[in-house]
Design a protein around this ligand. Structure first.
Ligand SMILES: [Zn+2]
Length: 583
């Protein structure tokens, strides 16, 4: 019986390996394929066959994986052969959490990502304003709280000194606060009388006022961001398409072949669809729609429309994103115990638990996948409670609830991820040990909660699946800085020597799985992508260096020399002359 089964399996394997078997012409040789990758060190992400030397591709799919000898019969006169020169190849990166349109638009704005002092910021801003005299509004992003001592918040005067005449708004690196100058505050009508925004009696943001004068100081937090955002002219359709083209190039250059868009809209899905029709979509996009506090019939119909219209391997809907809380640095993340640096504060939830429970139950009943931003321990706990209640109410199904970020967690909640099958979608580079994390974030969390910071290892050990991503443009979309940080939790100089909460590091195998096969699972796409396997989409990257051969602190220096999506080369480092070898 056992042998018979093995025989059947072998016949099945052979007949599917040579998909193009030309039965009609009675030909014994398998049909030649379009493309052969040979002489590679190919990491497949498939635990049954983790490494291979060669790969055969027909159209958009992988048809065979093995070594050159095994695949020799698939080579015909028209087959293109690419010699990988012993380089490491792996499945294309699936970025499980990005804000793709915002990121794409930010490519053309002023970036404060790498400046940490006020004079440097002013210099950067002045130069940007001078270079763009035509722009009515000056926009940018990337400042960190730690640059503004001792309050941790910037002021409008810093910008007024360099841009007095035009409105300017700079978003914090985390996207949860903005820093407008006086001109922007005036155009938004924000003054000493502007109250904090509320939803149904819950305060959901803050206009920071000077305690002495009552004047706005120049920082808007959380939903108060909308007070100024609504007066900033919106980019038009062509402008967005142009930005997305640049964003797609940037993503492919860094090895991304898929992304989950964590803050999308129906309009954004239409833009991806338009790019696809023009043959320009080179990253597969799953786009989530925002959970409205009140799910009325019109909102639900919009969610249904997104799922009905966009449901293939290039543009996908069916995911609803909720924001449960804010961020730890500005004390807006909801914690179980008060913040360590200020016992009066413990953050707050954006929904009442009852409202969130009824929303999630309704969406789950309609087979939507719900993903929830939850950063503080209380937000994580309430989200798990609500997921559990929805699963109980609606009965068993393959629902794959996700929680995004999980920067801090109460140890009692850790095993619930594995038990309930909730996916932990986390962004390794958010835990990069720079001054903002060590001085502001860690101070606010406090020593008792610190061991459960970005608890990748503990959550995975509890049986949960991790899906890693960037959160671009909060940080760079380069996955290799994320992979390095996932395995080191050290800065690029190797500090702290023991790693920041080093018990929560993960292995390289685990990090790669979280960026490939497990990330595919997290978007219900594991039968199509995530491993280099027969029948899967030919989404892969070839790397400048072998991740398994270099020191952990060298991983970030890795760059893709070739990125392929659906069998098409979408990025190639011209100096690597890879595919030229086969022409
Ligand atoms: Zn995000």
């Amino acid at each position: 019986m056992r042998d018979f089964r093995r025989y059947v399996a072998l016949v099945f394997l052979l007949s599917t390996t040579f998909l193009g078997c030309a039965a009609a012409t009675e030909e014994k040789r398998p049909r030649a394929v379009d493309l052969l990758l040979v002489n590679g060190h190919i990491y497949t992400s498939n635990p049954r066959q983790p490494w291979a030397r060669a790969l055969a591709i027909q159209g958009s799919r992988i048809v065979a994986v093995g070594d050159e000898k095994q695949l020799a019969a698939l080579r015909g006169p028209a087959t293109r052969v690419i010699d990988l020169g012993g380089r490491m190849a792996m499945p294309g990166i699936i970025d499980s959490h990005s804000h793709f349109l915002d990121g794409s638009i930010s490519l053309d704005q002023v970036s404060l990502d790498d400046v940490y002092t006020i004079p440097e910021m002013q210099k950067r801003v002045r130069a940007y304003a001078a270079a763009h005299p035509e722009r009515a509004w000056l926009l940018g992003r990337g400042w960190v709280y730690d640059a503004f001592k001792p309050s941790g918040l910037p002021t409008k005067e810093i910008l007024d000194e360099v841009v007095p005449d035009r409105p300017m708004v700079l978003e914090c690196y985390d996207g949860h606060s903005v820093w407008p100058n006086s001109r922007a505050l005036a155009l938004a009508g924000i003054d000493k009388n502007t109250p904090d925004p509320q939803h149904a009696g819950i305060v959901v943001g803050a206009v920071v006022h000077d305690p002495a004068t009552g004047e706005p100081t120049g920082v808007l937090k959380e939903e108060a961001v909308d007070l100024v955002r609504r007066v900033i002219p919106k980019p038009g359709r062509e402008e967005k398409l142009r930005a997305l083209r640049a964003g797609l190039r940037e993503a492919n250059r860094h090895g991304l072949t898929s992304a989950l868009n964590a803050s999308g809209s129906l309009e954004e899905m239409e833009l991806y669809d338009e790019l696809r029709r023009q043959g320009e979509l080179t990253v597969r996009m799953t786009t989530s729609l925002m959970m409205e506090p009140q799910l009325d019939a019109k909102t639900l119909a919009m969610y249904e429309e997104g799922r009905r219209r966009f449901q293939d391997e290039w543009v996908r809907g069916g995911v609803i994103k909720a924001f449960m809380d804010g961020v730890i640095e500005s004390h807006t993340a909801a914690m179980i115990e008060p913040y360590s640096d200020d016992p009066k504060l413990s953050g707050s939830l954006n929904y009442t638990p009852e409202q969130f429970r009824s929303n999630v139950a309704e969406l789950d009943r309609r087979n939507f996948q719900v993903i929830t931003h939850a950063i503080g321990g209380r937000a994580v706990r309430v989200t798990l409670d609500v997921y559990e209640a929805a699963a109980q109410a609606n009965g068993p199904r393959d629902r794959r609830f996700r929680i995004e970020h999980i920067e801090n967690i109460n140890p009692q909640d850790i095993p619930r991820f594995g038990r309930m099958g909730v996916i932990a979608s986390m962004q390794p580079f958010h835990c990069y040990p720079e001054p903002n994390l060590l001085n502001v974030w860690a101070r606010n969390v406090g020593p008792e909660r610190l061991p459960y910071s970005f608890a990748w290892q503990a959550i995975a050990a509890g049986g949960a699946m991790l899906a890693f991503g960037s959160d671009w443009p909060v940080v760079s979309l380069d996955p290799f800085i994320g992979i390095q940080n996932a395995v080191t939790r050290q800065d690029w100089n190797g500090q702290p020597a023991e790693g920041f909460v080093s018990a929560q590091r993960v292995t390289l195998d685990a990090a790669l799985a979280a960026y490939t096969c497990d990330a595919a699972y997290a978007e219900f796409e594991e039968t199509r992508k995530g491993t280099l396997d027969r029948g899967k989409l030919a989404d892969l990257i070839v790397l400048s260096q072998d991740l398994y051969a270099v020191k952990p602190l060298e991983i970030r220096k890795t760059v893709p020399v070739l990125t392929m999506v659906g069998g098409q080369i979408v990025y190639e480092d011209s100096s690597a002359t890879l595919s030229a070898l086969g022409r």
